[in-house]
Design a protein around this ligand. Structure first.
Ligand SMILES: Nc1ncnc2c1ncn2[C@@H]1O[C@H](COP(=O)(O)OP(=O)(O)OP(=O)(O)O)[C@@H](O)[C@H]1O
Length: 232
């Protein structure tokens, strides 16, 4: 039994059949990258796991339990965190307030705050700053921290390097590596070298289905298996 298992997952937006049978698995403590061209269904795979866009067919098992059909808040209570694309957060709230909003009502805010500040001590330093005044890298760190609130055991991270300068991307890599010591991770990332650097294994998605997979070890964008799917 794997930590997370997707079997023949089929997801639609209305009549549009986006995931056409995605099968993949993730082992505990792994970082698994989902790669592929724009619009092939990577974000939709994360949305399917979270039940934000519930699949119409197939199964999703998390720690051996079928989570298909659950509500998103139940999936979140099961310990699955999300770092959405574009770092959605409350710009006019402070860092600390953004963390507070992410803490579930039954959870101990103080304990959760201490937990995320221990993961990312830099956040503590600017805890009173409004999120909109943070740099892109700091915002991404806050987004990752919000995903880790609740000591989530699985973190789904969507395009963490998007729109960030290369120097800032290094900070984000550090933050993801720190987070990955505590959690299993599924990472959607357009920056191919970055995805290969961070992840243990990859799944290459094309037209809503997995077309290649394997260890990231030694894989480059010149690899013929990869190139034919990623180049335009
Ligand atoms: N809310 C939606 N309603 C209708 N179609 C959607 C919706 N969200 C995404 N799609 C379509 O579903 C397909 C897959 O989108 P998805 O966001 O999963 O792709 P992706 O691989 O993550 O690529 P990207 O990097 O562009 O986000 C695309 O054709 C997209 O236009």
């Amino acid at each position: 039994m794997s930590f997370l298992e997707l079997e023949d997952v089929q997801t639609y937006y209305g009549e549009s059949h986006v995931l056409q049978g995605v099968t993949l698995d993730v082992e505990e403590q792994e970082i698994v990258a989902l790669i592929g061209r724009n619009g092939v269904g990577k974000t939709t795979t994360l949305r399917s796991i979270l039940q934000l866009t519930p699949p119409r067919e197939g199964t999703i098992r998390y720690k051996g339990e079928e989570i298909g059909g659950k509500d998103t808040h139940e999936v979140s209570n099961d310990g699955i965190g999300w770092v959405p694309e574009e770092r959605r957060m409350f710009g006019y709230l402070t860092v600390e307030e953004n963390i507070r909003v992410a803490v579930k009502p039954d959870d101990d805010f103080e304990a959760q705050r201490e937990y995320v500040y221990s993961l990312f001590p830099a956040l503590d330093e600017f805890s009173e700053k409004e999120a909109r005044n943070l740099s892109g890298g700091q915002q991404q760190m806050l987004a990752i921290a919000r995903g880790m609130v609740g000591q989530n055991e699985l973190l789904l991270v969507d395009e963490p390097s998007e729109g960030l300068a290369p120097m800032i991307v290094d900070q984000v890599v550090d933050a993801l590596e720190t987070a990955s010591e505590d959690t299993t991770m599924v990472l959607v990332e357009q920056n191919f070298p970055l995805a290969m650097e961070l992840a243990d294994r990859f799944y290459l998605i094309d037209h809503g289905t997995v077309v290649e997979s394997g260890s990231t070890e030694g894989v480059t964008a010149d690899d013929e298996r990869i190139r034919r799917y990623l180049s335009a």
